[in-house]
Ligand binder design. Sequence first.
Ligand code: NI
Length: 161
Amino acid sequence: MAIREIRVDGDPCLRKECKPVTELTDRLKETIDDMFETMYDASGVGLAAPQIGILKQFFVADCNVEEDDEPMPMVFINPEIVFAEGEQTGTEGCLSLPGYQGVVTRAEHIRVRFFDINMEEQEMEAHGFWARCIQHETDHLHGILYKDKVEGELEEVDPEE
Ligand code: NI
């Protein structure tokens, strides 16, 4: 496994429409392992393929960040949000915009259809923080950054915190 370089805002990879994954090769599985390592190393809760320069539709996530939570590493391949309802407004950040955060309104409850690491189709319901993360990461696969949706200004934060 290896830590990959995370592309930051301004890199054209972050603004591209990604292509669906058609075949899960060994190389892609290795990339997914690297993405988990890179995400955990950066204390992130999600990392999408274009953030490491790969223009394919998949992301990794683990939003079980409370102290008593068990880790829940998940990979979402060719994700599609098939249902969304309600609203949540909260602060969001992104590993590709280090040192900033902003307020974004997202759906509170979603259902996402995706392929898992065995390329089997799955559906998952998500609420709250998981739902926010899945929406944010799915946006990355279509060249959308949270700053496009931010309410008001981006705020500077201390990246060491
Ligand atoms: Ni992001």
